[in-house]
Ligand binder design. Structure first.
Ligand code: ADP
Length: 299
């Protein structure tokens, strides 16, 4: 409903902008034809018309951008509220059951397991929001130290395999030669974890994720995370790294998310003097995300 409303207002502002430009053009053409003998007036009029048109184009672009940004903020607030509320409601329900009913040993352990998973999910969301604030401030100092990249990736993979109950077949690792970067281990680990989480989340029921580390040009170390999942439309390969941005469609509705993960990945890459990008042949054809960081001796 909200999305349809926003689409209508975007269409309305585009149509309004185009109509105003057309009317202005018609007015000035008419006026110009009538007053063509007054050369200076005609010149000034034409200049004014150009100003008005340029102003209107800018105005329309601005309006459309603002409406889109607002829509993304709304979606973000909804997603975060949902991600905070659902696990709390679930934990509360289990606690109430434990308090009011006799529950046998096996069930009780099952309840504890689910509650732990829910609290982990809650912590994950809170951490993601806090980290967005931290990495967004370029002035915030990094905790730089030599970090062996494959080791960090290995830890992220171990965590993901436990969290998603998956084995080495579903989430594979092909480590390259040892590569040392000068980085903030916690931030690098958060960036890699976000890429692995996304690859699993957007894979659909059949998860086949491959993670690789490799050197590039003797100057950089890359972590490449590939999946055979949803894929990304070419036009959105850059957009997805913006804060709150999510690719619209059935996928976004099915897979819950806040649109912060890739913003964190890109910010971490930039803060370390590296970069991050996405490659995909299009929807349904899988994607590869690359995080490139300078190796220690090259800095
Ligand atoms: P979130 O996953 O919370 O929505 P992200 O910033 O991590 O936020 O990702 C932004 C968007 O990029 C996602 O909503 C999704 O549309 C797209 N995306 C990210 N990773 C993948 C992937 N591995 N495959 C397909 N689409 C992806």
């Amino acid at each position: 409903m909200v999305v349809a409303g926003r689409r209508k207002s975007i269409a309305f502002f585009i149509a309004l902008g185009a109509a105003l430009i057309l009317v202005t053009l018609l007015l000035y053409i008419g006026w110009g034809v009538l007053g063509w003998r007054h050369g200076i007036l005609f010149f000034l009029g034409a200049l004014l018309a150009l100003f008005i048109i340029a102003g209107m184009v800018l105005n329309t672009i601005f309006l459309v951008r603002e409406i889109r940004r607002n829509a993304q903020h709304d979606a973000f607030i909804n997603a975060v509220t949902h991600e905070l509320k659902t696990p709390v409601a679930s934990i509360r329900l289990y606690l109430e059951t434990l308090q009011t009913r006799e529950v046998d040993e096996a069930k009780r352990h099952e309840f504890y397991r689910v509650m732990l998973e829910d609290s982990q999910r809650l912590l994950g969301t809170i951490e993601q929001v806090l980290r967005t604030g931290r990495v967004g401030h370029s002035s915030r100092a990094l905790n730089l130290a030599p970090v062996e990249l494959s080791g960090v990736v290995e830890q992220c993979l171990a965590r993901a395999r436990v969290a998603y109950h998956m084995g080495e077949e579903a989430i594979q690792f092909h480590p390259g030669p040892p590569l040392e970067i000068l980085g903030d281990a916690e931030e690098v680990s958060a960036a890699v974890s976000n890429l692995i989480d996304n690859a699993v989340k957007y894979s659909g029921p059949e998860v086949k994720v491959v993670v690789e580390t490799a050197p590039v040009d003797g100057k950089f170390a890359v972590v490449r995370v590939s999946d055979r999942g949803a894929g990304i439309p070419k036009a959105e390969l850059k957009q997805i790294f913006k804060r709150f941005y999510r690719v619209a469609g059935a996928q976004a509705a099915r897979v819950k998310g806040t649109g912060l993960g890739l913003y964190i990945v890109r910010s971490v890459a930039k803060r370390h003097g590296g970069r991050a990008w996405a490659e995909s042949e299009g929807p349904g054809r899988g994607s590869t995300f690359v995080l490139q960081l300078p190796i220690a001796k090259a800095r």
